[in-house]
Write a protein that binds this ligand. Sequence first.
Ligand code: AKG
Length: 253
Amino acid sequence: MNALTADQLETYRQAGHLTVADVFTAEQMDAALEDIARWSDEFRSTMTDEQRAWYLERGGTGDDISETPLRKLDQPVFERPAFAQLARHAALVDMVETLIGKGVSVFFSQVFMKPPGIGGPKPVHQDNFYFGPVDLDGMVTAWIALDEATTENGCLFYGDGTNRRGVVPHVAPEGEPFNLLIPPDQLDCEMTAAPVPRGGVSFHHGNTYHQSSANRSNRSRRAVAFHYLRNDVQIAKPALTYDLSRSVTITEA
Ligand SMILES: O=C(O)CCC(=O)C(=O)O
């Protein structure tokens, strides 16, 4: 039996993204959040000035950063056994392999915290510009909603069908070399909201334009993104530096 229906596959191929509800249970999401809380405390106590600028909200400016929330955490699948276990979840891996082929690794992963009232927007970008895989169809992002993601708390928005375009040039705003984005005057598609229930997964093709808005609500919007790569695909032209020694093999072909 296929992990995804023919209709779901067609949606992914045409729109460049697909939302699947109920992949994980509430208990699994609770356990992941507990692990994030422990990891956040550990990380905060060892952060360098450079890391503060990148990992804290508002660039971690100000003398007292003890109340400044974390914006993100990198490499949960490599760093935390609880997340390696989530990335190996059989139903998730079946769906990933249906989308990009058999034999996959998580070569990069990120937790996005987007705290209530503070979490800022992520501008429109293509993951394939950041990562530069040789086969543009050989990478898929599985974005897991640790909290319900809605238009109020900053769910993802996608440019439907942009997966069928190529990769376009991105620029970095002044002082934010890591925040690569498609220049707003080059955007010629509508961005539609993709709310995800807690424990659901939003899959997106690496070419698909996507963004998230600020969290203007009083509810958290925490999510984890697993960037899966088929094992035969090289990361040839990354826009940033990725430490591929931290890639975690999930399955062999
Ligand atoms: O969660 C977000 O706000 C951004 C996520 C994203 O850009 C991604 O998973 O590729």
